[in-house]
Design a protein around this ligand. Structure first.
Ligand SMILES: Cc1cc2nc3c(=O)[nH]c(=O)nc-3n(C[C@H](O)[C@H](O)[C@H](O)COP(=O)(O)OP(=O)(O)OC[C@H]3O[C@@H](n4cnc5c(N)ncnc54)[C@H](O)[C@@H]3O)c2cc1C
Length: 492
């Protein structure tokens, strides 16, 4: 009889693990507390508008292609997406607008035309982030850092020899200032720290690797929006016989003699040979295992940032805007300091606007646009979020009006929002942080919780709060590591 695996949570890493293990002959059941799957990758369909509520930026689509290939074993089956030419439009307070492009020669020319930066400097920087990626991906991202075997290969040895060149001991900002010199270009590259909820003025320079994905490999968009990633993975799971129990919150993991036996959900007991947790690591140790002391000090203390997001149906179109847009704060360092220390919304927030209707016409009514408008804020520390959301809305509107020379409020015909408390409520993310722990210190990238624990047998962890980290590509890699680990342990 096939071994039974219970996966707790149907986030992207839970779905990816389910595909990998069901195709390997395991019998897989996914427990999900919501009445829908996908976790943070969700959507709103209202009044003719469609909004992706969570992730909006799609890189490394090959990780989804890989799952389609594994799941269908049919080369005809494909996940539909396209490469986007203009990856982001950056707006600065002095009126400069700079477009970034998937094709990096075009980006280098744009930087040299708009910012008067020698093309050699930008070229060299893009080569440097490609080097970071090449040096880290195979070891730090695709493998578990918590297994001796990872360290017993020549490839690993070479990766470790490169450590002095990976900017681990300098902040992102310091590295970027030394390499780029131009303040606007530094700001553009510092912003990549926010892709895992960190602060570029303290996070290590190695995180500059994130920009490689966008600027050297390209930005993509699923033809039916981000939510279709989850729909596609779910279809494969169903085809492979994965069972989903929706509205089924797991309340407890049952373990005896340090080996898991099953879970309790809705007062029923379900046995399993193996359990994979795809939920926030805090929640697992604090509530499902009742072992809060198993959490390392590092995992406990450093939360990544959260966000306030407005979903606005805008009954007008704006030529100046593209799919991804950034309206920068004047003083970026001050913004991060205010996010860290403040109980208030930062005085001048950087505003991100994502508009999928620029490419997917059905996402908004004719002559209208679906705006996803986001600012980064601190994770939930008990602030008065009703007040802060009101304050954020005022500041965002003021900023958009001044950058786009408009009165945006009169065009908002549909509105909804999320704040750290609703993010926590809807996705089980501890304190509403978007990416689990932050990378705001030198070693944090290496100190994320492992994908298994030596303290409890047959219990594994995937998703954005464990190794290798938050964001879709890393969460997908966590599923890959977990599946590989389970399969190889079984062979032993
Ligand atoms: C607003 C926002 C913007 C983002 N932008 C981007 C982006 O542009 N690009 C990018 O790559 N990433 C982005 N991210 C991060 C990305 O969404 C996450 O890293 C990734 O989706 C995490 O997936 P996961 O597998 O960890 O599961 P999650 O999505 O965290 O899902 C966990 C699931 O577990 C369920 N669950 C929790 N507790 C229980 C329980 N006790 N029993 C049963 N089920 C339970 C939850 O309901 C949820 O469905 C963003 C996130 C947010 C919120």
């Amino acid at each position: 009889m096939s071994k039974k695996i219970i996966i707790i949570g149907s986030g992207i890493a839970g779905l990816a693990s389910a595909i990998r293990l069901s195709t390997h002959g395991y019998s897989v059941v996914v427990f999900e507390s919501n009445n829908y799957i996908g976790g943070k990758i969700s959507e709103i369909n209202k009044n003719g508008y469609r909004f992706d509520t969570g992730p909006s930026l799609f890189t490394m689509p090959k990780l989804i292609d890989e799952l389609v290939k594994i799941g269908y074993k049919n080369p005809e089956k494909k996940f539909d997406y396209k490469k986007i030419d203009t990856t982001c439009s950056y707006f600065f307070d002095d009126g400069v607008i700079l477009n970034a492009y998937s094709q990096n020669k075009r980006f280098i020319d744009e930087v040299s035309n708009k910012l008067d930066v020698d093309s050699k400097i930008t070229r060299k920087y893009l080569d440097y982030v490609a080097f970071l990626f090449k040096s880290t991906n195979k070891i730090f991202i695709e493998k578990s850092l918590h297994k001796l075997s990872t360290y017993l290969s020549v490839k690993t040895l070479f990766s470790f020899l490169k450590i002095p060149f990976l900017s681990i001991f300098k902040s992102m900002n310091k590295t970027n200032t030394q390499r780029l010199k131009n303040p606007k270009l530094i700001k553009i590259f510092n912003r990549y720290a926010t892709y895992n909820g960190s602060n570029p003025f303290v996070a290590p320079g190695i995180l500059n690797v994130i920009s490689h994905l966008e600027l050297n490999e390209g930005v993509f968009l699923p033809n039916r929006g981000m939510r279709s990633i989850v729909d596609c993975l779910y279809e494969i799971c169903i085809k492979n016989g994965v069972v989903f129990k929706l509205g089924s919150k797991v309340d407890k993991i049952d373990f005896l003699d340090n080996k898991v036996n099953g879970v309790y959900s809705n007062k029923e007991y379900y046995s399993a040979d193996i359990i994979i947790s795809n939920i926030d690591i805090h929640y697992v140790y604090n509530h499902l295992l009742n072992k809060p002391h198993y959490l390392s000090r590092h995992t406990k203390n450093n939360r990544s940032s959260s966000a306030i997001i407005f979903y606005w149906g805008i009954k007008r179109t704006f030529e100046k805007l593209s799919l991804h847009n950034i309206l920068f704060a004047r003083d970026y360092e001050m913004e991060f300091n205010e996010i860290k220390s403040s109980q208030n919304i930062q005085s001048d927030p950087t505003v991100y606007i994502n508009i999928t209707s620029k490419h997917i016409a059905t996402d908004a009514p004719k002559n209208s646009e679906n705006w996803f408008v986001m600012i980064n804020v601190s994770h939930n520390k008990g602030q008065n979020w009703d007040l802060l959301v009101k304050n954020a809305r005022e500041k965002i509107i003021k900023k958009i009006n001044s950058f786009l020379n408009t009165d945006i409020e009169k065009f908002i015909e549909y509105e909804e929002y999320m704040d750290p408390t609703s993010i926590e409520f809807k996705t089980g993310s501890y304190q509403g942080s978007l990416y689990g722990s932050s990378s705001n210190d030198r070693m944090s990238a290496f100190l994320r919780h492992p994908n298994f624990t030596n303290k409890i047998k047959n219990l594994y962890f995937c998703g954005g709060t464990v190794h290798p980290g938050g964001g879709i590509p890393l969460a997908l890699n966590s599923a890959k590591i977990v599946a590989k680990e389970i399969i190889s342990n079984e062979k032993k």
